[in-house]
Design a protein around this ligand. Structure first.
Ligand code: PMV
Length: 309
């Protein structure tokens, strides 16, 4: 039996602008994860069981564009294996779907690594990330590649589309609280809405993208220098720009306001927006108050994670 796991992720700074060539910062979230188990069975087929999405099917019964089928087929092709048989692939995930926590990328990365382990041919991180990126395209249309990158490397990542990812040191660990609106939102849709608005008003949107890019660069320096408190105002600024780009929502605004009211040093939506998750920067002594305030404001799930530990 083979098992593999991959963590969730949050984008700290830079979502949407990253699609237009600006940098973004993302970190893994190990409190949530996707897990894949491969077992040999007495059957000629390859069975995929994904109870979270109520999928129990033979691989050859799925459309070739199905993200799980595409992941398996692309991976075995890359591994140079002509076909698989007599296995059951169990896919489970504690990462909420369509919520900005990288559930699709985590499933892909865990599945790709499990298949590579099963056939005994290791893949490099670069290959794993590239394969997961192919599946991300099926989920998101034109993804920047940030999700598959941070989930594959499972380290804080400074990411610029089309360039090799840079991992970086966290000078002093800090705590991020993640609040889920409980509203599933399509990143494909928000990305295409931002594209339309940018086409209608390129100058205004390019100013937003550049402002976000500057925030990301300052944030990276603050993280490396061990000055996490200064990330709070940067989060607020980044959130204000995302709101002007139309990707916030009443639920996100309520949670962001609740986190700030409870003493968070800063807060912003994270990921595609219009639903999904928001993040808030806290200190150990205020984390519980922020968690409580988010729950009171209606957050479906609240987790906290330490970045840099
Ligand atoms: O919703 P998520 O976490 O998959 O994040 C999407 C991030 C965007 O910048 C909005 C899109 C992208 O492909 O980078």
């Amino acid at each position: 039996m083979i098992t593999c796991s991959a963590p969730g992720k949050v984008i700290l700074f830079g979502e949407h602008a990253v699609v237009y060539g600006q940098p973004a910062l993302a970190v893994p979230v190990t409190q949530v994860h996707a897990d894949v188990r491969i077992e040999e069975i007495f059957d000629s087929g390859v069975w995929i069981h994904a109870p979270n999405i109520e999928l129990h099917a033979r691989l050859d019964s799925l459309a070739s564009s199905h993200p799980l089928a595409a992941t398996v087929n692309n991976t075995i092709f890359t591994l140079g294996v002509s076909y698989l048989s007599g296995i059951s692939i169990l896919i489970r995930s504690t990462i909420p779907v369509a919520s900005g926590l990288g559930s699709g990328a985590a499933v892909s990365v865990a599945l790709i690594r499990a298949l590579a382990k099963y056939v005994g041919k290791p893949l490099t991180d670069e290959q794993v990330s590239a394969l997961a990126f192919e599946t991300e395209k099926l989920y998101h249309g034109m993804p920047s590649g940030i999700d598959n990158t941070v989930v594959t490397y499972a380290r804080p990542v400074y990411f610029i589309k089309g360039r090799p990812p840079e991992t970086f040191q966290v000078g002093q660990p800090f705590t991020i609280v993640i609040g889920d609106t409980g509203v599933a939102a399509s990143t494909k849709e928000t990305v295409s809405d931002v594209r339309r608005l940018w086409q209608e008003n390129p100058e205004r949107f390019e100013t937003y993208f550049e402002a976000i890019g500057s925030i990301v660069k300052i944030a990276r320096k603050a993280i490396e220098a061990g000055m996490p408190d200064s990330l709070g105002p940067l989060m607020d600024e980044n959130h204000a720009l995302l709101r002007r780009m139309s990707v916030s929502s009443p639920d996100l605004e309520r949670l962001v306001a609740a986190a700030r009211a409870a003493g968070a040093l800063g807060a912003k939506l994270s990921g595609g927006g219009r639903g999904g998750n928001m993040i808030a920067l806290t200190r150990p002594e205020i984390t519980e108050a922020v968690v409580g305030s988010l729950k009171e404001a209606g957050a479906r799930q609240v987790i906290h994670t330490q970045v840099g530990v």
